[in-house]
Design a protein around this ligand. Structure first.
Ligand code: LMR
Length: 401
């Protein structure tokens, strides 16, 4: 019967992992999938994670189930890290939360919860957004619509168009997916003033914030990267958070994330916990423990936490310096106005990604003629560059433009 199945559409990001791996050019530059790479091109296990693993191996005495909502210590410690330990969101008992299979699992559980509470909600997503947002959240059956966010040619956020779309077309009870920091794929984040404005607009229209926080610590720093989330949590009675430990703890393949629903009352949070647990049970029964146990160990130990924060900050600073180096190289090699704009945008953007103003054909040319791997959309992962390859990268970009 399986011959009746249809062929799957290609996945822009997963496909690029394979393409880049198959290229044997020793000078290839892989800016495809969003993983952090160190100056040698490796994606090492973070020091604190290694230490936590050593301790876990020595101490663990059972592999029994951890429960449908996952590791309670992880849920508590990681939510404090995101919302702030003393925040009202944490201390009020209004948070429902569960450990999820990465940020993606958290997005899916969050979307399922929204659907259970309001099946006619539309989920509004930025245009552009992470390539998997639509398939992942759309699989719940909820309606998806886009709001304008970023103009690729001018390389700026089109904030007026974003506000106008939501003001004119979103209906009460709809959810708005917002990238908490390090917007994927553009690297263009809302300013603090823009967060305030969008929060007020959403409050006025009774829209639910759905925050995807996958890169906390890799934009402006751990505290600063939670600015939007914390502002919304202060203002709104309800919101949904999908947070990931893939990038900031380097736990990609362990699949660790947190879904949290801030509810109007502790009683509502009980209901939400029940429904998240039931959804989990119906999808995967219970989440795995290893990655979440490591994060819990790190966050429960001040020394491990300090070491993790230091390494995370080093990663962030390295990506920022690569942005500056690429911006400088583009500016020095070609002073034309457009490239001045591109240099400024790349330098100012946050986190791993920027969206180059290239066509899919130019992106293909970068791959096939220069062994520079980026997505067809023009998305680059700056962490895939190295100080010694920046010059060549700037030459290649200018060559195809
Ligand atoms: C990315 O955007 O490249 C990462 O989040 C990896 C993925 O699963 O797409």
């Amino acid at each position: 019967m399986f011959e009746t199945l249809t062929a799957t559409p290609p996945d822009a990001i997963v496909g690029m992992i394979k393409l880049a791996a198959a290229d044997t050019n020793p000078n290839k530059i892989d800016l495809g999938v969003g993983i952090y790479q160190d100056p040698t091109g490796a994606t090492p296990v973070m020091r604190a994670v290694k230490e936590a693993e050593t301790r876990l191996l020595a101490e663990e005495d059972s592999k029994k189930y951890i429960g449908i909502l996952g590791n309670p210590a992880f849920n508590s410690l990681f939510s404090k890290l995101m919302f702030g330990a003393d925040s009202e969101a944490v201390t009020s008992g209004r948070l429902a939360m569960a450990q999820a299979a990465g940020g993606s699992g958290a997005l899916r559980l969050g979307a399922e919860l929204i659907k259970l509470a309001n099946p006619s909600a539309t989920i509004w997503m930025s245009t552009p957004t992470w390539a998997n947002h639509q398939p992942l959240i759309g699989s719940t059956g909820l309606e998806i619509k886009g709001y304008p966010y970023y103009d690729k040619q001018s390389q700026r956020i089109d904030f007026d168009a974003m506000c106008a779309e939501l003001r004119d077309n979103a209906k009460a009870g709809d959810a708005v997916l917002l990238h908490g920091c390090c917007h994927n794929p553009t690297g263009a984040d809302l300013s603090e003033a823009q967060w305030q404005t969008i929060a007020d607009l959403m409050l006025e229209k009774n829209l639910l914030p759905f925050v995807d926080l996958a890169y906390a610590g890799l934009g402006d720093g751990l505290e600063q990267d939670s600015f939007g989330l914390r502002l919304l949590a202060d203002k709104f009675p309800e919101l949904v958070l999908a947070a990931s430990c893939s990038k900031n703890f380097g736990l990609y393949k362990e699949r660790v994330g947190l879904v949290a629903a801030l509810c109007a009352t502790p009683e509502d949070a009980e209901l939400a916990n029940g429904q998240i647990g039931l959804t989990m049970r119906r999808m995967i029964s219970m989440p795995p423990d290893h990655g979440a146990a490591l994060v819990a160990k790190i966050l429960a130990d001040p020394e491990l936490t300090a070491d993790w924060k230091t390494e995370l900050e080093d990663m962030r600073v390295r990506m920022t310096s690569l942005r500056i180096a690429l911006g400088d190289a583009l500016l020095a090699k070609d002073g034309r106005n457009t490239n001045g704009q591109m240099a400024a945008a790349i330098t100012a953007q946050k986190g791993m990604f920027s969206l180059l103003p290239v066509t899919p054909e130019q992106a293909e040319k970068l791959r096939s003629e220069h062994s520079v791997f980026l997505l067809n959309s023009g998305r680059i992962n700056i962490a895939g560059a190295k100080v010694e390859t920046i010059d060549r990268l700037a030459d290649c970009i200018l060559a195809v433009l």
